[in-house]
Design a protein around this ligand. Sequence first.
Ligand SMILES: Nc1ncnc2c1ncn2[C@@H]1O[C@H](COP(=O)(O)OP(=O)(O)OP(=O)(O)O)[C@@H](O)[C@H]1O
Ligand SMILES: [Mg+2]
Length: 339
Amino acid sequence: MSRREQPIIGESPAFLEILEEVSRAAVLNRPVLIVGERGTGKEVIADRLHYLSPRWDKPLVRVNCAAISETLLESELFGHEAGAFTDAARRRLGRFEHADGGSLFLDELASTPLSVQEKLLRVIEYGQFERLGSSQTIEVDVRLIAASNVDLPALAAEGRFRADLLDRLAFDVITLPPLRERLEDIMPLAEHFAIRMTRDLGRELFSGFSRQAMAQLLKYPWPGNVRELKNVVERAVYRLEDADQSVDEIQFDPFQSPWRPPGPGQAQKAKEHAQLPDPRRQPIDLRAGLEQIEREMVIRALAWSGDHQGKAARRLGLSYDQLRGLVRKHRLGRLGKDD
Ligand SMILES: Nc1ncnc2c1ncn2[C@@H]1O[C@H](COP(=O)(O)OP(=O)(O)OP(=O)(O)O)[C@@H](O)[C@H]1O
Ligand SMILES: [Mg+2]
């Protein structure tokens, strides 16, 4: 699927308002700044801005400012002449020239070094710049769309981003709400990603989400926003053993496993956990020791089951109610989720 055909999903009032704002901004020949937490869809919105604009049949050129080293970013954007620097064997056009007539999407704008910011300001003001190693001024007609998941006014206040550039870019600022603030979008997005994954797997039909799975999806805070939702849903569909089965349970953390290696600083803790209290080394209260072991076993069973209390109970040879009792007794309520 080409990027242009990528559907935009969302029906929450907050998201619909954003789409309206995008339609309004698209037709104006002004810079737009898209702000939002990671994974909220800034790139998707940048695409839409371009394809709804009068420049839709001209190039949309993307540059991820964080992915290119400081020294290379300038020549990437503005191009260079042969011999401009050691590795510049031939003349190379920059992205601004490639985007002439169309739009240039500057992603992760906050990573742009101040030297490049200065040149950007001039292109925005006058549409002019020079290739590295050249004194010839080049004029282009490019619409800038920029994105950031960092608060740019705060960076400007610290002197790490030019306030005058921010002013020029911020003609229109579109701020994408995090997914947890647009609950109505969660299920339509989840279904969209599930159906696409089902198709990618060559299966016929997606059998839907169980009520429990839906409740899980709606309750989760989604720190990674739509991208995280996409990954979580795709993984859940991919892991279905039977293609006719519905998704009954959601695992949010792909690293969750009883065999997960300890993180930095946790190795010592893991060792302590693995050891039984030893009366040869110190006097212990047997009952307190047994309680401690019981607590540890419940924690481990919950970790193994992905916080699924029913599964954890079966793993320990307990009834569901017995396990719930232990969860309460040891105050592990936050760990275990209801079935
Ligand atoms: N409204 C939406 N409808 C359909 N897919 C979406 C929507 N919003 C985001 N996505 C999908 O979610 C993923 C993340 O979106 P995108 O790359 O645009 O986020 P981002 O804000 O640029 O994230 P980052 O700050 O990490 O770069 C992409 O796969 C994108 O296709
Ligand atoms: Mg992005």
